[in-house]
Ligand binder design. Sequence first.
Ligand SMILES: *Cc1c(COP(=O)(O)O)cnc(C)c1O
Length: 357
Amino acid sequence: MSEQKLEIVKTEDKKPKPETDQIPFGKTFTDHMFVMDYETDSGWYNPRIVPYEPLTLDPAAMIFHYGQTVFEGLKAYRAEDDRILLFRPSQNLQRLNRSSERLSIPPIDEERVMYYLTQLISLEQDWVPSTQGTALYIRPFIIATETNLAVAPSHSYKFMIILSPVGPYFSGGLKPVKINVEDQFTRAVKGGTGTAKTAGNYSSGYQAQAKANKEGHADVLWLDGVEKRYIEEVGSMNIFFKINGEVVTPELNGSILNGITRMSIIELLKKWGIPVSERKISIAELYQVYEEGGLEEAFGTGTAAVISPVGELNWLGHQMVVNNHEIGELSQKLYDTITGIQTGKVEDRHEWTVEVQ
Ligand SMILES: *Cc1c(COP(=O)(O)O)cnc(C)c1O
């Protein structure tokens, strides 16, 4: 193992902080970033926090050609007492390594990276906004950097963490959205890369997203790629339904992304004694339940929105209006509880939050 001591180079030229109520997602970045490199012979080396700046890469760098890359997404929240809290960050680093394994990228040392991450956030603490609903979005990612057009795993990589303050996902309360059930395009299949957070999974969804938007829908409900029967995810979120008092979410089947919000919701529901099941659920079953009046709530889950209520689903000309286009009681309670834990307002009985000193 080569030198692992964290080097810190501070910028002389700090940027002004934006008005966090208005900033669009993902366009503003903080003053510093974390970088470390990998070579087959030395492993990960030269961990450093440096001023945020563009990269220089050879046009033949492997990332540009065969998509060998993975990423994560999590947030740092400002508590009312001014502490900075992360939500289950070790889950993100574990998942990063699972994604990397799928993409033949070497693993990172989760404990070391947790240390680097907290050092970076600590240095950038003034960038963690405090307005209700805002946070500092954290984007760790790895790219293949070897200069080589051969179709094979790269021998060199860069791991980086960049930070971006984000405004509230919903302005003016949680608004249920209209969703198009996609019947043509596929997000992922078992044995593919759907369980990994890797670039191509997202750009391959843009056509379906554009189709949905054109018809006035906010997002896409993905069905399984083989039979187009079973429900998988909604946009880049996991999906839950409340059906006759029971909460149902598709089981992790090898093509669904294992969301940390999803996992946390299942744990909360179990603790609350609300029946929850992870199982196969077909769109036809959902429609039948809907016609019988049993579809009580529907919502997507993910780090960005936490809970995104679904007000309407459209599937091959069948319309399902959920809870009269209003947010359901359980959806609201889950949202309030999770955002409350994330921001220190609700007692964290699960030890989900990690304070950045
Ligand atoms: C990131 C992601 C999710 C949600 O995961 P969280 O850990 O809850 O943020 C769900 N589906 C897809 C496809 C994702 O990329």
